[in-house]
Design a protein around this ligand. Structure first.
Ligand SMILES: CSC[C@@H](O)[C@@H](O)C(=O)COP(=O)(O)O
Ligand SMILES: [Zn+2]
Length: 216
C-alpha cells in the first residue's frame, strides 16, 4: 500500500519541479510541449512509491496551477484530479523501480536526437575521455562510456519493458532513438547535473563527428 503523502512533501516536490522546469525552459529544452520531469515523494519502498510528475501535453515553458500531479508506482494519480500524468509516466515508474532514483528528467534536443540516430546501429553512444564524464561521478582518466539507446516504440509499455535490459550500472541515463533522453539521480540536483553532462557530451559527439566524418 502506498502511504499517504504529507502536504508539505507534496508542496516541496512541486516547488522543486517548478524551479527545474523554469531552468530547463530557459535553455529551450521543452520545444512543442515535449519533455517531462518527476521527483520521488515520500516512501522509498521499491515496490510502492509515489512521485510528482508533469501533467501531459502542457506548454512546459509557462507556469500554471495545473503543471504537476502525484502518481503511484503504476503511474496512476493518487488524488482526484482532472490532470493527466505525462504520457511517458510508465518509463519514469520503471526507472524509479529499477534504480531507486530520486528524480528523473526527460528532454528532447536536436543533439540527443541526432546522436541517437548516428549510433543507433551500435545500440549505444560511445564517449571517450571528455572531462564532463566526471559529472557522472566517473573519475578515471580517459574514461570510456557507452550511453544506451532504446527504440522509440509508439507504445510506452513496450519501451518500459526494455529499460531493465538496457541499464548500464554507472550511466544514469537512457536515450530513446530520435526522441530524447531520460536522466536521473538521487535527487533533483544530481539528476540536473547528469542531464546537463549528457547534453554537453551529445553536443561534443555531434560536433566531433562533423569535424571528423571518418572517425566513427
Ligand atoms: C508533443 S512531442 C512530445 C511527446 O510525444 C512526449 O515525447 C513528451 O516528451 C511529452 O509528453 P507529455 O505527455 O507532455 O509528458
Ligand atoms: Zn518525450
Amino acid at each position: 500500500m502506498t502511504e499517504p503523502i504529507r502536504l508539505e512533501d507534496k508542496q516541496r516536490a512541486f516547488a522543486e519541479l517548478r524551479s527545474i522546469k523554469a531552468g530547463f525552459a530557459a535553455k529551450g529544452w521543452f520545444p512543442a510541449t515535449s519533455g517531462n520531469l518527476s521527483v520521488r515523494v515520500g516512501g522509498f519502498d521499491p515496490e510502492s512509491f509515489t512521485f510528482a510528475i508533469t501533467s501531459s501535453g502542457k506548454d512546459k515553458s509557462v507556469e500554471t496551477p495545473e503543471d504537476f500531479l502525484l502518481v503511484n508506482e503504476k503511474g496512476l494519480p493518487t488524488e482526484a484530479t482532472a490532470l493527466k500524468p505525462s504520457a511517458e509516466t510508465l518509463i519514469h515508474s520503471e526507472i524509479y523501480r529499477l534504480t531507486g532514483a530520486g528524480a528523473i528528467f526527460h528532454v528532447h534536443t536536436v543533439f540527443n536526437n541526432i546522436v541517437s540516430e548516428l549510433y543507433w546501429s551500435k545500440g549505444h553512444i560511445p564517449v571517450d575521455g571528455v572531462e564532463l564524464i566526471k559529472g557522472f561521478n566517473i573519475w578515471e582518466e580517459d574514461a570510456h562510456i557507452e550511453i544506451p539507446i532504446l527504440p522509440n516504440y509508439a507504445e510506452i509499455p513496450r519501451i518500459a519493458a526494455l529499460v531493465e535490459g538496457a541499464l548500464q550500472p554507472k550511466i544514469p541515463g537512457i536515450v530513446l532513438r530520435k526522441h530524447g533522453i531520460y536522466a536521473w539521480g538521487a535527487n533533483s540536483f544530481e539528476a540536473k547535473r547528469h542531464l546537463e553532462a549528457f547534453e554537453y557530451l551529445f553536443e561534443y559527439v555531434y560536433r566531433w563527428n562533423l569535424l571528423n566524418p571518418s572517425s566513427k
